[in-house]
Design a protein around this ligand. Sequence first.
Ligand SMILES: [Zn+2]
Ligand SMILES: [Zn+2]
Length: 82
Amino acid sequence: MEEGKACPICFEPMQGPEATPYGHVLCGECLRQWLSRSDKCPTCKNDVKKDNMVSVREAIHCLMAEHGAGTGPAGSELEELG
Ligand SMILES: [Zn+2]
Ligand SMILES: [Zn+2]
């Protein structure tokens, strides 16, 4: 059983995870560095437009719900994510 997914860029447990518009999660810092030299998702290579990143929090919440209980109240978990 995994305690947490490894970041596909630094291969360490993700710090401050953020998601691309395609639901692929990586460290927020890794994502910013990646997007500074690429405009494609590091995981699936689909185009990532900066404008799309506004939906990051929703994508993360969906992923957390998948891995978690799935029926928890929305909101409290997001605060912990920062
Ligand atoms: Zn990383
Ligand atoms: Zn992707």
